[in-house]
Design a binder for this molecule. Sequence first.
Ligand code: FAE
Length: 535
Amino acid sequence: MSISRRGFIAGTGSLLGVAALAGRATAQAHATLPAAPITSGAHVPALVIGTGYGGSVAALRLAQAGVDVHLIEMGMAWDTPGPDGKIFCNTLQPDHRSYWLRTRTKAPLNFFLGFPIDRDITRYTGILDAEDFSGITVYQGRGVGGGSLVNGGMAVTPKRENFAAVLPSVNADEMYATYYPRANAGLGVGTVDPIWFDSAACYQYSRVGRKHAQRSGFPFVFVPDVYDWDYMKQEAAGTVTKSALAGEILYGNNHGKKSLQQTYLARAKATGRVAISPLHKVTSVAPAAAGGYTVVIEQINTNGDTTATKTVTADRVFFAAGSVGTSKLLVKLKATGVLPRLNDAVGKEWGDNGNVMCGRANHMWDPTGKLQSTIPCSGIDNWTAGGAFAEIAPLPTGIETYASFYLSITRNPNRAQFSWNAATGTVDLNWQTSWKQPSIDMAKTIFDKINAKEGTIYRTDLFGTYKIWGDHLTYHPLGGVVLNKATDNYGRLTGYPGLYVIDGALIPGNTSVNPFVTITALAERNIEKIISTDL
Ligand code: FAE
C-alpha cells in the first residue's frame, strides 16, 4: 500500500485534534472491538449501512475520533477461499460466486461474435448485483468493500473546471486542496509506468486506442488506478500469481487490486473500534422513543433467505448503501410514514453518469492482443468539445479479437426518480431506455470520427445481434438523495438529527469521470464537518 504513516497522520491530524477537544479520546481510551455479528437489542453509537466508499470513510474517521462503529453489510465478507482455493471466481468461468441471487449470469457484455454468453449458475449471495429497473440494469458490488470489490479501480479526479457542475454547493478550492488529495492517498491511487506501458504486451489494446485517438486529434490521457502497478509488472514477468493478466475483473480480483478491504477498511478495523456484520440487511430506521434510532436488520443466508430479524438502537445512522440502496431505503421509509419529515427531494435527481459502451472493428494489421490486462489505464478526453470521456477498455477473451472496446462517460442530462410502489412493496425507478440517446450521440463525437479516419466500423456483435451500443446498463449510479437538497450541505438528512447520507446518493447524477474518488473525497469532507460539529 502506498500510504506512508507520515502522510496518513498529516492527513488526519485535524480529525484527531477535534476528538481530543471533545474529550472523547480520554473517555474511551481503551478501544474494544464491538461484538460481531450484531445482536438483537444491541446499542451502538454509530451504525453505518453499507461498506462501500462512503461507509468505509465514515467508519475510519469516526473510529479515529473515538466513536465505536458497527458496519452492516448485506453482502458477504469475501475473506474465505472457495473450493478452488480462490476467494473470487474468474470472469471467463463465472460460478455461484459471480452474481447476487441469480440462477443465470447477466454479463454486462452479453454477446460475443453475436452469440449469447450467459450461463446457468447456482443461486448464491454472489459479488455482483445486476439490479433490473424498468429501463436500465444497475450493476453494483455486494460484500464487504461494496463496489471496490468488483470495479476496475479507475481512480479519476474530475478536472477542476468541471467540478462546479458536479457538486455546485461544495467549495472546490477545499476539495482540490484537501479532500481529493486525502482520498487519493487513502485509496492508494497510482498510475501506470509510461515506459513499461509502451512495451507491455498486455496494453497493446491501449496503445492501439492511443494511436487511433491521436490520429483523429483527440487528447489521450493515462488514467490512475488503485491496482498495484508493481504487482502487475511482476504478473507480466511471470513471478507472481496472475490476476489482472488472468482475466479477473467484475467478480473480484484475487491479487493486485487495492479494494477497500486493503485500504480504508483495514485501517478502520485496526482502530479496534469497528465491527462488521456481513449478510445483514437494514430494512428500517425509525426514531426511537428514548432518542436515537431503532434499526431493523435482517440476517440472511447465502440463499438470500432471512434467518433472523434483529432490532438494535443507534445514536447516529449513516446511510452508505450506495446511490440505489440508500435511495430505496429512504424513499420507502418516507412513503410508509416511518420518516415522514424527510423532504421532497428524497428519491430525485438520479443519473447513470452517462455510461454507454461500444466496440470498434479494427483492421487485421491492428491487433489489440490476446493478452489484455483487465485494468484499464487510459482514456480519450473529449468532454469539453463533445461531452464524452471514453475509457479504453479491455476485451480479455484470451483470443485476438481485433476489437477496440470503450466505456464512455457522457454528459447525459437525463435524471430519473425513485418512487414507492405500494402495490408491489418495492421502489421503482422511472429511467427510460431512450434516455441513453444523448450518451450515444456524445460518444459518437469520438468514435464516428475515429472510424472515418481509420476506415473502420462499429462492432455489432457485443450487445446482441446487430446491436452497436451497450445502452442498457450503468456501472455508475449516482444521486437520489442529493447534497444540499435532500440533505444539508454536509449530508445531514432534513428533519432527523443524527441521520446522515454519505455515499454516491449525494451526487446529482454525473461526475464527468469515474465516480469513486469523488464519492470518497466528498465523504472525507462531510465526515470531518460532522465529527467537528455534531459529536
Ligand atoms: P457502494 O460501493 O455501492 O457500497 C454500498 C454497499 O452497501 C454495498 O456493499 C451494498 O451491498 C451495501 N448495501 C446496500 N443496501 C444495503 C442494506 N439495505 N443493508 C446493508 N447493506 C446494504 O456505494 N467507479 C470508479 O470510480 N472507477 C471504476 O473503475 C469503476 N468501475 C466499476 C465497475 C463495475 C463493474 C461496477 C459495478 C462499478 C464500477 N465503478 C467504478 C463504480 C463504483 O464502484 C461506485 O461508484 C462506488 O462503489 C459507489 O460507492 P458507494 O459508497 O456510493
